[in-house]
Design a protein around this ligand. Structure first.
Ligand code: CMC
Length: 429
């Protein structure tokens, strides 16, 4: 229902165009421009800077104040009191589960962790040195070939089964990407372990010895999963929604999301941060300043990876929790003197006091410290974005489910055409 109306005056039109304005429960109001086409106009917003593409009840971000809420709950509270499994239930179903609902959901997820044995053959088709994100894009998309039994997306039951399958199987596929890469046998999931423990077990156990799960590592891993679980209509989630708007199956949509996540401007930034810290190399003041100067130089392609965000014009609340976790984990693992952590902290400090970053409101984002934690857990750089994909699967599938439940039209943007107008095919005789 429109609360107010905007009037758009356009040269050449007899009367202003009336556009309804809607209010959400919080956040900026939106102007409904759908009727503009009837007057012969499109809106133009490359990068979707001022465009709300859908209605959603899942996640809210107040970028100016550094607030992130999932189903109304602040991320700081969830990171402290919840766990990834409970958060997945919350994102998918809208409420924190009671004990019974939690156990049912947890059992359901753990019963779906194994993947069809034929999927092993998919891995064998890849080069061992392939980037794990390339492999993950392929095998996640291939899941639809194996789990075709519950793919009627008009049925709520089928959507739930697919959601559970995806949340459950992504850690298994991710760990398989790693094991394939290093030439070790795949480890089957263990359903007695919780989500993060099971992931660490599949990553680091081998048939030759007992693997003991470090509780500090498991807690940090679970927190990393929670901090990356959802983030409103970001590039990969919007990709999942766009793919889903065509009626494509959820496994295909998630595979599209994984591909979108891979870029360094999005989920690939965590790997890029560690590459940057390695490139910076030494922690001397002049050296770090040199790289900050390079990041400000428009002629230089170098940017401070893990800095800046389209929506946050203040501290990314996830980065705050991530930084605290980083300090705790490195301390507990006896790595408090880590040279890359020192470079990262000094780099952050210099950038936060620099006018270039202050004026543009550029702050560290979630990816700035996550890589340092992951590396301390023994996870190689090329797996960082894969882990982001495991975590974000819960957000992607929740948005996909919300969109299909609410009903959607195919996503089909238009353009400002700047090419040739009609011309005749040249006479080639
Ligand atoms: N280093 C140096 N300058 C920057 C940076 C940076 N990291 N980020 C933005 N700027 C400058 C940019 O050059 C522009 O300057 P000017 O106004 O003089 O032209 C201004 O700040 C505004 O930036 P923008 O590129 O228009 O902002 P955007 O909203 O289009 O892009 C971003 C956001 C996250 C892609 C960008 O800040 C960036 O590339 N950051 C580094 C990569 C990164 O850390 N990505 C992870 C994002 S958070 C997790 C996730 O989404 O997955």
């Amino acid at each position: 229902m429109a609360d107010r109306k905007a009037q758009l005056t356009i040269d050449g039109l007899d009367a202003p165009v009336e556009l309804p304005i809607y209010s959400g429960t919080t956040g900026p109001d939106v102007i409904d421009v759908r009727g503009l086409i009837d007057h012969g106009y499109f809106t133009y917003d490359p990068g979707f800077v001022s465009t709300a593409s859908c209605e959603s009840e899942i996640t809210y971000i107040d970028g100016a104040n550094g607030v992130l809420l999932h189903r109304g709950f602040p991320i700081e509270q969830l990171a402290t009191h919840s766990n990834h499994t409970e958060m997945s239930y919350l994102l998918l179903n809208g409420e924190i589960p009671d004990k019974e609902a939690y156990e049912t959901f947890r059992n359901s997820v753990s019963r779906h962790t194994m993947v069809h044995e034929q999927i092993v053959n998919f891995f064998k088709g890849f080069r061992r040195d392939a980037h794990p994100m390339a492999v993950l894009c392929g095998v996640a998309g291939a899941l639809s070939a194996f789990y075709h039994d519950n793919l009627d997306i008009t049925q709520e039951h089928d959507r739930q089964v697919s959601a559970i399958r995806l949340i459950a199987k992504m850690p298994t596929l991710a760990a398989m990407c790693y094991k394939y890469n290093i030439g070790q046998p795949f480890a089957y999931p263990r359903n007695d372990l919780d989500y993060a423990e099971n992931f660490l077990y599949m990553m680091f156990s081998n048939p030759c010895e007992e693997y003991e799960i470090n509780p500090v590592a498991a807690k940090a891993m679970d927190r990393i999963f929670m901090l990356h679980a959802d983030h409103e209509q970001n590039a990969s989630t919007s990709t999942v929604r766009l793919a889903g708007s065509t009626g494509a199956n959820p496994f295909a949509c998630i595979s599209a999301g994984i591909a979108a996540l891979w870029g360094p401007a999005h989920g690939g930034a965590n790997e890029a941060v560690l590459n940057m810290l390695a490139e910076i190399g030494d922690e001397s003041e002049e050296n770090i300043q040199h790289f900050v100067d390079r990041a400000k130089d428009k002629q230089d392609a170098f940017r401070l990876m893990g800095f800046g965000h389209r929506v946050y014009r203040n501290f990314d609340p996830r980065a705050r929790v991530m930084k605290e976790t980083c300090d705790e984990v490195l301390e507990e693992l006896g790595m408090g003197d880590d040279p890359q952590l020192k470079i990262a902290k000094r780099l952050e400090q210099i950038a936060l006091e620099d006018d270039y970053f202050i004026e543009r409101k550029l702050y560290p984002n979630v990816d700035f410290y996550s890589g340092i934690i992951l590396r301390a857990l023994g996870i190689p750089k090329n797996m960082f974005t894969v882990i982001f994909a495991v975590a974000r699967t819960t957000g992607w599938i929740s948005h996909w489910n919300e969109m299909i439940t609410n009903g959607t039209r195919i996503g089909r943007p238009r353009q400002l055409y700047k090419g040739y107008t009609q011309r005749d095919y040249p006479d080639q005789q």
